[in-house]
Design a binder for this molecule. Structure first.
Ligand code: AMP
Length: 287
């Protein structure tokens, strides 16, 4: 059944709504999205509801984080369906700014976090993280939430956001939500809609291969061997591999040799015209 939910499209209206809750002392959580919602996004709403009495969700397909040859134009959009899903999930307010509202004429500022964005997805997608960091900074300043929730699916992005919030003294708690997967292991993503039926059958192999690498690392295999084996297996299944990398989960520093503590196995691949990313945690098995 259709539920009514407040939708605002300007920063002024967003602030006016949030100010009312502040006056009554209700903590506010923000969940930024690019829409085309799936159960992964909605899981973040549930996390947000656990942190604050009021939840704001935003929908903004941010042109600044897409490269010139990327999928900005064809990125799936379903505003009416998304609003309905947010209403069902118990969101209090949806913020849907237009491009003019976010980037009015004369807009010139960029937020960048070079140390965390030069490799992994940053190597394949120049300016992507600058676009993300800039828009997330704006959303945090526009909404001024007590907490903001981001998925571990975009693990490098999560660390970039934690870093910028700390570096810029933005008064918000960054909360992360675990990756929601299909039953065959494929991480939910709005971009899965691009996959052909044959590609959809192949896609879960990314998670399988990263999980096998995580298991091998837990059993004492070295990082170089685990990442090379992962790359080899993925290439054998027809993926074009951007990277399979074993990283420190806090700093993203490359790890070598057998892991001595928690690590993150991260991968990015192309399957046909679709880019997929995923990651899994691992740690040495205690002996
Ligand atoms: P997006 O709409 O792709 O920008 O994603 C919005 C938020 O949802 C980001 O914080 C993502 O990390 C998160 N997200 C995307 N996919 C998943 C997933 N499968 N599980 C959990 N969170 C996700």
């Amino acid at each position: 059944m259709s539920q009514s939910i407040a939708v605002v499209r300007t920063v002024k209206d967003l602030r006016a709504e949030v100010a009312k809750w502040r006056q009554s002392g209700d903590p506010v959580a923000l969940v930024p999205t690019m829409g085309a919602l799936h159960a992964g996004h909605l899981s973040l709403i549930a996390v947000a509801k656990g942190h604050a009495g009021r939840v704001v969700a935003s929908i903004f397909v941010n042109p600044a984080q897409f490269g010139p040859k990327e999928d900005f134009k064809r990125y799936p959009r379903d505003e009416a369906g998304d609003i309905e899903k947010f209403a069902q999930a118990g969101v209090d307010l949806v913020f849907i700014p237009g491009t003019e509202e976010m980037y009015p004429a004369g807009f010139a500022t960029r937020v960048s976090v070079p140390s965390l964005t030069e490799d992994l997805c940053g190597a394949a997608r120049p300016n992507h993280f600058e676009g993300v960091a800039t828009v997330v900074t704006k959303l945090l300043l526009q909404c001024a939430p007590d907490a903001a929730v981001f998925g571990e699916k975009d693990y490098q992005q999560l660390l970039v956001i934690k870093r910028l919030v700390s570096d810029l003294n933005i008064l918000v708690q960054i909360v992360s939500g675990p990756i929601v997967r299909e039953t065959d292991g494929l991480a939910l993503s709005s971009r899965n809609a691009y996959l052909s039926p044959a590609e959809r059958k192949t896609a879960p192999i990314l998670h399988q291969v990263l999980s096998e690498a995580a298991e091998a690392l837990a059993n004492g295999e070295g990082c170089d061997a685990a990442s090379s084996a992962g790359r080899f297996k993925l290439e054998g299944k027809g993926f074009r591999v951007d990277y399979v990398a074993i990283r420190d989960p806090e700093t993203l520093a490359p790890l070598s040799g057998p892991i001595r503590g928690p690590a993150r196995v991260m991968g990015a691949v192309h399957l046909g015209s679709t880019r997929l990313i995923d990651n899994v945690p691992t740690a040495p098995k205690s002996r």
